[in-house]
Design a protein around this ligand. Structure first.
Ligand code: B12
Ligand code: SF4
Ligand code: SF4
Length: 291
């Protein structure tokens, strides 16, 4: 990408690179399953690195949650004020394929093999994608970091359960990719069954509009109280009309490790039953109501 490229062109360049990587990387293919993809084509959008919402996250999530400027400064061991005047965040959604989603629908207590593989092998792809995006940007002379891969990334224990200092879903919200939900999952235009990731950079990019009226407006429960489908889907009783109990969810998922390891030979916990056989599985169910 030549220097001086306009933000719109740079945005297109990043979107095409992410799409090409998802199409061509061997890491985005299921093992033992022909040539099946793990993820469908990604959704990619951009946030302003100094959007005031990142300061709000210090209250909404935790004071330790990093602003993009703080994350980039830590990677480059600079002070945040010494970085370029404008920063940007690239956020992507990796939609889980129909075959994997369909395999998880009949499950009642543990995830299907393909769902567990998506958590294990799919996250390896997500990590490689983060590295690839950082590489193509830094090769062109810009700064870039994937905070989730940095040694300063940490998970914290709060009164209501686990949290972290770089929440990929909150980054996706800032980039206008969707909203949260009753089950806590992040509902995009391609639904709730996905994984997500992000990179902070000073490469000028076009800011994507954040059109959601509230942080929950893609979830039917909050739109018209008509949906509660994720509540009975949860084998742990972790979802109620009051929301998602992260501690119950984590305890339940922890108990799946033995089964998943023995049956599927991957060393990961998982569940995600609340993300399949629900109206928000692969689309934004509130879209028509918002129009
Ligand atoms: C810790 C963690 C967990 C914990 C806690 C989850 C949680 N809700 O935070 C446990 C172990 C329970 C868990 C479980 C799962 N996880 Co997990 N987990 C993470 C991790 C590492 C950090 C999450 C974090 O920082 N949370 C921060 C807290 C504050 O988030 P929160 O409580 O949901 O936030 C609420 C408030 O902020 C609230 N809110 C209140 N006021 C306001 C105002 C505004 C303006 C906004 C925006 C929000 C807001 O909105 C949110 C929802 O209620 C991320 C990876 C990452 N680095 O992001 C993956 C991640 C969240 N997990 C993921 C997945 C897929 C799962 C599972 C499906 C497991 C599986 N693969 O089978 C389950 C699903 C649980 C569920 N129902 O959401 C995906 C989520 C994708 C998605 N579709 O939403 C992530 C993003 C991993 C990834 N890279 O894709 N996980
Ligand atoms: S199943 Fe219904 S209530 Fe639950 S998150 Fe999806 S839209 Fe919201
Ligand atoms: S991931 Fe499983 S245990 Fe956690 S809320 Fe969803 S269905 Fe319940």
């Amino acid at each position: 990408m030549p220097a001086g490229m306009k933000p719109e062109e740079a945005g297109k360049f990043i979107q095409e690179e992410v799409a090409a990587f998802a199409r061509t990387s061997r890491l985005n293919r299921m093992p033992d399953s022909g040539d099946d993809f793990i993820f469908d084509q990604p959704l990619v959008q951009f946030a302003d690195g100094d959007d005031p919402i990142f300061s709000e996250y210090k209250t909404i999530i935790d004071s330790a949650h990093l602003k993009p400027r703080e994350a980039l400064a830590r990677t480059y061991e600079k002070s945040p004020g010494d970085l370029p005047a404008r920063l940007f965040v690239i956020s992507w959604i990796l939609p889980i394929t129909a075959k994997t989603r369909e395999s998880n629908r009949p499950q009642k207590t543990v995830p299907s093999r393909l769902w567990a593989y998506t958590r294990w092998y799919g996250e390896k792809f997500n990590g490689a994608l983060r590295e690839h995006v950082v590489k193509i940007i830094t090769e062109r002379g810009y700064l870039a970091t994937a905070p989730f891969l940095q040694p300063y990334f940490k998970q914290m224990e709060k009164d209501n359960g686990p949290s972290s200092n770089w929440s990929e879903r909150h980054i996706a919200y800032a980039a206008g990719l969707g909203t949260f939900s009753l089950s806590d999952g992040f509902i995009t235009e391609r639904g709730i069954a996905h994984r997500c990731g992000s990179v902070v950079t000073d490469m000028p990019l076009p800011i994507s509009p954040r059109t959601a009226r509230t942080p929950y407006s893609n979830c039917l429960f909050y739109v018209n109280k008509k949906c509660r489908a994720c509540i009975p889907r949860c084998p742990a009783g972790a979802i109620t009309e009051q929301g998602h109990d992260k501690k119950k969810c984590r305890e339940y998922m922890h108990d799946t490790i033995g089964y998943i390891n023995q049956k599927y030979s991957v060393d990961v916990q998982g569940c995600g039953l609340c993300q399949t056989r629900v109206p928000c599985e692969f689309r934004n169910p509130a879209k028509k109501l918002q129009a």
